[in-house]
Design a protein around this ligand. Structure first.
Ligand SMILES: [Zn+2]
Length: 928
């Protein structure tokens, strides 16, 4: 759209958006508002910030990339604008704000304005405050608690009649929550949000007044505070000279402490920062949560396309395009090209952060705007190719959902990005402010419908039967449900339902509760609606299958009437009992805490039984620990103090059983990470930290230095790199060293490893050192994608790592795998021969050589039938048939354990953790 037409629209919306009162006063409606000076300024009344208007025009690379909602900014005496605190206007080329600067700004704004409040909701791994900023009318901010209370009533309307609930609706105000900075490389949203907060607090246009009066805007300024600072450090260290896509110095190796981009897929809210937002959400109940991201041009607004989770309320699927279409129409009206909706992210996987809203009967919203990964203005080329999802090509074609497409060649700036996002958000807030009662009533209806659906539609609930021998995995499941706000009860007596009889103490999850729909989504088997659809993330996540906990789906409505005792949190009771004696037997029932126990007993001799035995009347399966305390009360006390808090059980017996045993020695473990792919390593680091497993994190520097066998018994390579080549050669050299090191200027660099140059990978010299390590008797363990490496580089000479056909499609289903070497220590704690495992799209392994040898080297294999797909979608299951899921190869004096699965995925598949833990712990206990 040309500049003249854009001006015309600016004129038409001036009465809504741009200092209308001043315009009217000057009798100049039709001239852009920011050019108008009021004839006399009143104390505290907004004046136009001429410098802002001039600079924003300069930083915006084409007139149509600006809108009448954001081409101006008021100045108000006594209330600091972002520039007053930061020293620059938002969107200035070359300027990114550190997290501390953001907090300083918001706190200064809150101190100066009764329309702003900042609360602290948690602390990041590196000690930064996680905050929420509220902006609204004086009344809203002064009475935040009251408005919070109303939303709480709508979130759980069970005590209210319909009429009472509608009365609450009439008094309540929607909270519209915005999340920026979840992905640290997407630098724009945290900048934009500061300007937005200021604008909503001070601007006096009818539009902003309506928003301020009818909506409470809340803001997570940067959902990953540590990552924000690390990325900004990296930007100032390397990226300020970037001029285009051809020369890029990437991002830092880490954002937050552990998991980079997957912080938006932290399904179980394991990280401090994501958990803080969930806890806050469940206290405040914002009906709308809106994540701000950057990727595709120029702005994509999420509409919740298929595949959709059918358990969520159908109202939601009307609301999502209602908002996104309104934004698209508004922005096209302002002349802004490249705003589109529909064809990108779908409504299947419920683990994205923003889904915490839709999972709890609210509405999630999401943008992708076009970012340059910093603050430089750059020439960008936008790809052709086919349309569709995934953000690939085709983004410049005209489609029904993209009536005014982006340009193929564009000069793009941070300010452009700010203009788009802020105009979009203001449009969304305009819609919310125009229909606050509708938004609130929908929220109420969705909450009510969730409760009612649990009374009408099977399944009516879920039961976790009492008596599971490992209570720690049960506790994991129960506590995840509780963390999500789902009510869990414990049966006060035996329960008989059509599905069976369950003992007293069984956990009962009834569906007739506000989050009953979420309980179903988390616990049911996922049936993907159409195998011809693609989806953006996993298709399966059934918690019971992921944790190997028996969760029964109940179609008998009588479950709703079972008397229960509410559970706040489950803490499994550990105990040490038995007839007495010098030997403590700790049965291995599959608790991952066995690993922690071994580390807590460091310095004591611990043995593992290789066969089942009985300690009194206690069954002890293979892998159970035995500790001889030799009559020492101190040693016994130490064992007891380790066993009990971990929720494990011990049985004292007079003497060790007469079964074969081996010492459980603690290995010296190195966890290898590339510099370019730290994320899946991060999940394993996180699990190792939680389970208190000692390890050194090593990189190419330590590998190339050699002498690995002298230092380590086990080298673990979590999934990383898309191929062996990717793992070995990693980040391509860029013509200069990219150091990742702490300095006085860049304090966030050099954490969790440091390097003089993160590029280049371990190279062939590194491969040679790994080979020496194995030949000298070391154990190499590779997970998921890292298992391409030993096959492709010949370390596992007789193993080939193949890839599936183009027709194969398996986004994270849960499938059944068969244990073929049940006596192997890797399977200690597993009592069944077939296990649910998450399919990780690792290599399709095949082993060459004599059949007997191949069988011996295959520890577990995929069944590879459609019936063996337990949850989610696997198209072409036969391609995996009988492929090794875990292979063990002797090489020299050492071994390579190759997992085609990822036994430590996103802190979700607790049931598989022990296969990894056992492989580490019994490193020197495998018969050669
Ligand atoms: Zn993102």
């Amino acid at each position: 759209m040309d500049a003249n037409r854009s001006k015309k629209w600016r004129r038409l919306v001036a009465s809504v958006a741009a200092l209308a009162a001043i315009v009217a006063l000057a009798g100049l409606a039709g001239v852009s508002a920011q050019a108008v000076r009021p004839s006399k300024a009143q104390a505290g009344a907004p004046q136009a910030d001429d410098e802002f208007a001039r600079l924003v025009r300069e930083w915006t690379t084409r007139p149509e990339f600006l809108s009448p909602l954001v081409d101006h900014l008021p100045k108000v005496a006594g209330v600091p604008s972002p520039k007053d605190i930061l020293g620059y206007h938002i969107g200035q080329p070359g300027k990114l704000t550190y997290y501390g600067g953001m907090l300083k700004y918001y706190r200064a704004l809150a101190a100066a304005s009764p329309r702003v409040r900042v609360i602290t909701i948690g602390t990041s791994d590196e000690g930064r405050d996680c905050v929420v900023v509220f902006v609204g009318s004086e009344d809203s901010i002064a009475n935040l608690e009251r408005y919070r209370g109303y939303l709480g009533q709508l979130a759980d309307p069970r005590p209210l009649t319909d009429a009472q609930a509608l009365d609450v609706v009439s008094k309540a105000r929607p909270i519209y929550h915005l999340i920026g900075g979840l992905h640290s490389g997407e630098t724009g949203p945290p900048e934009m949000l500061m300007e937005l907060a200021y604008r909503i607090a001070v601007e006096d246009s009818p539009l902003i007044r309506q928003i301020r009066d009818n909506v409470i805007v809340s803001i997570t300024p940067s959902a990953e505070p540590d990552g924000r600072d690390r990325y900004v450090d990296w930007y100032y260290a390397y990226k300020t000279e970037e001029t285009g896509e051809d020369v890029s110095f990437g991002g830092p190796p880490y954002w937050g402490k552990y998991i980079l981009h997957d912080n938006n897929r932290d399904f179980n809210f394991s990280q401090l920062t994501t958990r803080a937002v969930l806890d806050w959400y469940l206290k405040w109940h914002p009906p709308i949560v809106h994540e701000l991201h950057e990727s595709v041009p120029f702005m994509y607004t999420f509409s919740g396309q298929a595949p959709q989770n059918p358990t969520l309320d159908p109202i939601l699927y009307g609301e999502l395009p209602w908002f996104s279409n309104f934004e698209m129409a508004q922005m096209i009206k302002y002349g802004m090209p490249g705003v589109w909706t529909h064809a990108f992210v779908d409504m299947w996987y419920p683990g994205y952060m923003g889904f915490l809203a839709s999972n709890h009967n609210g509405m999630l919203r999401m943008y992708e705007t076009f970012g340059n990964g910093g603050a430089n203005t750059m020439k960008r080329k936008i790809g052709g190719g086919e349309g569709g999802m995934g953000g690939g090509g085709g983004q410049t074609t005209r489609e029904w959902y993209r009536p005014l497409p982006p340009y193929a060649d564009v000069e793009w700036s941070l300010r452009n990005n700010t203009n788009y996002m802020e105009t979009g958000v203001l449009s969304a807030l305009q819609l919310t402010a125009a229909f606050p009662q509708v938004v609130l009533e929908n929220f109420y209806r969705k909450s009510r419908n969730s409760i009612e659906s649990g009374k009408k539609d099977a399944p009516f609930g879920y039961v976790i039967p009492a008596g599971e021998r490992d209570q720690t995995r049960v506790a994991w499941v129960v506590n995840i449900l509780r963390m999500q706000g789902i009510e869990v009860g414990q049966a006060t007596s035996g329960v008989t339902l059509k599905e069976g009889t369950f003992p007293s103490g069984s956990f009962i999850i009834k569906r007739d509760q506000p989050y009953g729909r979420l309980a179903k989504i988390l616990l049911e088997k996922q049936t993907f609606p159409d195998p011809n659809l693609r989806t953006y993330d996993d298709t399966g996540w059934t918690i019971g299958l992921m944790t190997h906990v028996d969760v029964r789906e109940i179609a008998d409505k009588a479950i709703l009437d079972v008397p229960v005792q509410p559970v706040a949190q489950m803490k499994p009771a550990g105990a040490v009992g038995g007839p007495g004696g010098n030997v403590v037997a700790i049965p291995h029932y599959g608790s991952a805490n066995m690993m922690t126990l071994r580390y807590r007993l460091k310095g004591l001799k611990v043995s593992a039984a290789e066969q089942a035995f009985k300690a009194g009347d206690v069954d002890c399966p293979p892998g159970s620990f035995l500790v001889d305390v030799g009559g020492s009360p101190d040693a016994l006390a130490r064992v007891r103090a380790a066993v009990v808090p971990l929720g494990l059980t011990g049985a004292l017996m007079p003497a060790a059983p007469g079964v074969p045993m081996h010492d459980v020695d603690l290995p010296r473990v190195a966890m290898f990470s590339t510099w370019g792919s730290t994320q899946d390593v991060g999940w394993v680091r996180y699990a190792f930290d939680v389970f208190e497993i000692d390890y050194d994190l090593i990189f190419k520097e330590q590998v190339k230095a050699g002498n690995l066998r002298a230092k380590y018994d086990v080298i673990l390579m979590p999934s990383q790199g898309r191929s062996g080549k990717g793992l070995v050669f990693d980040i391509a050299p860029v013509g200069k060293p990219l150091a990742y090191k702490r300095s006085d200027r860049f304090k966030s660099l050099g954490m969790y490893g440091e390097s003089d140059d993160v590029t280049g990978g371990m190279g062939l010299m590194g491969v040679v050192e790994i080979q020496k390590f194995i030949e000298d008797g070391g154990v190499l363990i590779t997970l998921g994608g890292a298992s391409f490496f030993p096959a492709e580089f010949g370390l596992a000479r007789r193993v080939d790592a193949g890839r599936p056909s183009a027709q194969f499609y398996a986004p994270g289903p849960i499938v059944e795998a068969e244990i073929t070497q049940p006596a192997h220590p890797i399977f200690y704690g597993y009592s069944r021969k077939a296990l649910p495992v998450r399919y990780a799209n690792g290599p399709l392994l095949s082993i060459q050589g004599p059949e007997a040898e191949r069988d011996r080297q295959t520890l577990m294999r995929f069944r590879g039938t459609d019936a063996a797909v337990l949850s989610g979608l696997m198209k072409g299951a036969a391609e995996t048939r009988n492929r090794p899921a875990i292979a063990e190869i002797q090489a020299g004096k050492g071994r390579i354990v190759m997992f085609a699965t990822n036994p430590c995925f996103r802190y979700e598949n607790l049931g598989e953790f022990n296969m990894l833990f056992n492989a580490v712990l019994h490193f020197n206990d495998v018969a050669k």
